[in-house]
Design a protein around this ligand. Structure first.
Ligand code: IPE
Ligand code: IPE
Ligand code: MG
Length: 253
């Protein structure tokens, strides 16, 4: 790590930090295509960014980091790309296991996990179980994830409770719905970052991002490293969050 990066980390640490950062990791394919390489090479390089920014977030003291790695809609990509991504995910879970455990990180996952092949689900469930008591940071992988799918799942859960007589329809409020989301145990997402210059949410944390700050980075994800993460955190720290209020209630992040 360069001296200036470590100095910047100290400066970012000294100001109010987002408790929960979500990253839409986009642009791997374009990164590879620009070099005339297969798209999978972009995903491979992107996994190096994952390692670096996870380390950086942990050092700074971010409590929760959620990485959008594979959307429910990404299953419609060509089978070779999907298979390559699943293989990379498996490699990631196996290779990063020790680092995750050594750093007190709790590994978590959200999404339609049953759709994942066992080559991914098995190491994922194992790491989730062994890291369950870690408290330094929660690293959530959004896998086969979709915000709409999550809301449909939550609605169905609530309907089942009503059907079973455990809940009245009139008792359903924000809290009851949030409790059925896959993210129920995570704090609200304060900052959503999207890389690659695209300005859209693509089905990420729809409910949870109601009052998030959004920062869009031009870097393609394989080029998104500690320095770019620090740029986004600094941008967040310059914002004023309002939550619909005015006057003294308005607060810095
Ligand atoms: C993000 O990169 C990774 C996944 C969605 C799995 P992309 O694969 O979407 O890369 P681009 O957007 O086509 O460049
Ligand atoms: C969003 O990226 C999903 C992930 C980063 C995992 P996409 O590349 O799939 O999104 P669109 O197609 O540009 O909206
Ligand atoms: Mg993309």
């Amino acid at each position: 790590m360069s001296e200036s990066t470590s100095q910047r980390e100290q400066q970012v640490k000294a100001k109010p930090l987002p408790r929960h950062v979500g990253i839409i990791m986009d642009g791997n394919g374009r990164w590879a295509e620009a070099k005339g390489w297969p798209r999978l090479e972009g995903h491979r390089e992107g996994s190096k960014s994952v390692k670096e920014i996870t380390r950086c977030a942990r050092r700074i003291g971010i409590q929760a980091l959620t990485l959008y790695a594979f959307s429910a809609q990404n299953w419609t990509r060509p089978p070779t790309e999907v298979a390559g991504l699943m293989e990379l995910l498996r490699e990631y879970l196996i290779k990063e296991r020790a680092e995750i455990l050594d750093n007190g990180i709790r590994l978590n996952a959200v999404g339609e996990l049953a759709r994942l092949p066992s080559q991914v689900r098995d190491p994922l469930e194992e790491l989730r179980a062994v890291s369950a008591k870690n408290t330094q940071m929660v690293l959530t992988l959004a896998l086969s994830y979709g915000g709409r799918e999550e809301l449909v799942h939550a609605a169905r859960k609530l309907a089942m409770k009503v059907e079973a007589g455990q809940l009245k329809a009139s008792e359903i409020g924000e809290q009851q719905l949030a409790a059925e989301l896959w993210t129920a145990d995570l704090p609200a997402v304060d900052l959503v970052i999207r890389t690659s210059g695209e300005h859209r949410i693509s089905n990420f944390l729809l409910w949870q991002s109601a009052y998030s700050e959004f920062v869009f980075a031009d870097a393609l994800f394989p080029d998104f490293r500690s320095s770019q993460l620090l740029d986004c955190l600094e941008a967040y720290q310059r914002r004023e969050r309002r939550f619909g209020q005015v006057g003294p209630a308005v607060r810095a992040p």
